[in-house]
Design a protein around this ligand. Structure first.
Ligand code: NAP
Ligand code: GDD
Length: 375
């Protein structure tokens, strides 16, 4: 049985990857951080009974800042594959804790690679490093002749997160070249899902739109509406992580959709999923969105209602204006075919968040019923 170790297993990608590897028959080890509250929501469905001898998922307490802990876990698991997904992954937050993000996202990668070397597992263990399109920094002049970022485009990171991840990228490449390790970077563009963290823009939008449509929230405040991202579905992207480690040769790979969309258009698409049409008025910090039509009888708002404002709190000291990736190499050499386009992604996220928020409405209704009966 193949053995995999996932750092960041409690995150969006970690949870989908764990699902995929279990389906493929792997023994899956995951590193979770000790927290004062339960933090395994995204993987609880995979982990019913830790006492079951057939359980193929095992969690270990650990942290990417702790070399001894990482080395011990790797020694215990003897993994065939390590997926280093653990990271402080929020770009805006990285401006507030730049030293920490350097330690976790940059040096954390080194700690994993060095543990493999110390344990003499260079010829056994393949490593996937979660690199990112943030490395490109969105500089227009660095796109290729077709207008995309690809494996040969120069890097110019624009945040402490991007700078830490560039260390992770190069140290992975260096260990591959220096010690002949099967260590690969997946340069992944933004990928989202119903399990996306609530403070990333897509999930912030889909949660807010569901709440606004159900009358649980008045409006949403966002930052830069002009920013453009190449958004794919996390399920498609974790499949590619696995494919990267099954390749004949260790290389670096761009994973993207090749389509870029503004934050503003993502908002439009999310509202349209519940039949609500919007008009945007004003520019910069004065831009607002208003309801112009409601085509779904379940979600009726007042025409002209203001549902979105800009709040500069969410602006970043340096912004990545536009990302768009060219996944040709992954498609041609590894046969990667994504199943979701942006419309499917928005639909999946909206369906999930409407369902989630409806539970709150049902709870409120039940509460009112109880109060009425008590009167
Ligand atoms: P995520 O949902 O934020 O998950 C990050 C994971 O890392 C969580 O399990 C988190 O644990 C864990 N973690 C944080 N700090 C840690 C530490 N000090 N030690 C050990 N684990 C730690 O991120 P994601 O979207 O799944 O992304 C997975 C990886 O891909 C990250 O490295 C991210 O930077 C990278 N990436 C993501 C995207 C994207 O669009 N999603 C694109 C390119 C690259 P807790 O649950 O305890 O917080
Ligand atoms: N989070 C957030 N919140 N972003 C906002 C908001 C807001 O209220 N309003 C506008 N934005 C803009 C940001 O300024 C950015 O340009 C864009 O929306 C996307 O922001 P995020 O969803 O936070 O993602 P990101 O692109 O900064 O980073 C994500 O993708 C990277 C890959 O390119 C993260 O998942 C990173 O970990 C990942 O490496």
């Amino acid at each position: 049985m193949k053995v995999a170790l996932i750092t960041g297993i409690t995150g969006q990608d970690g949870s989908y990857l764990a699902e995929l590897l279990l389906e493929k028959g792997y023994m899956v080890h995951g590193i979770k951080r000790r927290a004062s509250l339960f933090n395994t929501d995204r993987i609880d469905h995979l982990y019913q009974d830790p006492h079951d001898p057939d359980q193929r998922l095992k969690l270990h307490y650990g942290d990417l800042t702790d070399s001894m802990n990482l080395t011990r876990i790797i020694q215990e698991c003897q993994p065939d594959e390590i997926y280093n997904l653990g990271a402080m992954s929020h770009v805006k937050v990285s401006f507030d804790s730049p030293e920490y993000v350097g330690n976790v996202d940059g040096l954390g990668t080194l700690r994993i690679l060095e543990a493999i070397r110390i344990l003499g597992l260079e010829n056994k263990t393949r490593i996937y490093q979660a690199s990112t399109s943030e490395l490109y920094g969105g500089l227009p002049e660095n796109k290729n002749e077709k207008g995309f970022y690809d494996e040969n485009s120069p890097f110019y990171p624009r945040s402490p997160y991007g700078v830490a991840k560039i260390y992770g990228f190069w140290i992975t490449k260096n260990y591959r070249e220096a010690y002949n390790m099967f260590a690969c970077n997946g340069i992944l563009f933004n990928h989202e899902s119903p399990r996306r963290g609530e403070t990333f823009v897509t999930r912030k939008i889909t949660r807010a739109v569901a709440k606004i449509a159900l009358g649980l929230q008045e409006k949403v405040y966002l930052g830069n509406l002009e920013a453009k991202r190449d958004w794919g579905h996390a399920k498609d992207y974790v499949r590619m992580m696995w494919m990267i480690l099954q390749a004949d040769v260790a290389e670096d790979w761009v994973i993207a959709t090749g389509v870029t969309t503004t934050v503003r258009d993502f908002v439009r698409m999310a509202f349209l999923e519940v039949g609500i049409e919007l008009e945007f008025k004003g520019t910069g910090v004065d831009e607002k969105a208003f309801v112009t039509a409601c085509n779904n009888k379940d979600f009726q708002l007042k025409i002209g209602k203001e549902v979105l404002s800009v709040d500069p709190t969410y602006f970043r000291p340096t912004e990545v204006d536009l990302l768009i990736g060219d996944p040709s190499k992954a498609k041609e050499k590894l046969g990667w075919v994504p199943e979701y386009d942006l419309k499917d992604l928005v639909k999946d996220m909206m369906e999930s968040d409407v369902k989630l928020m409806k539970k709150d409405v049902d709870l409120l209704k039940a509460g009112h019923e109880i109060l009425k009966q008590a009167e």
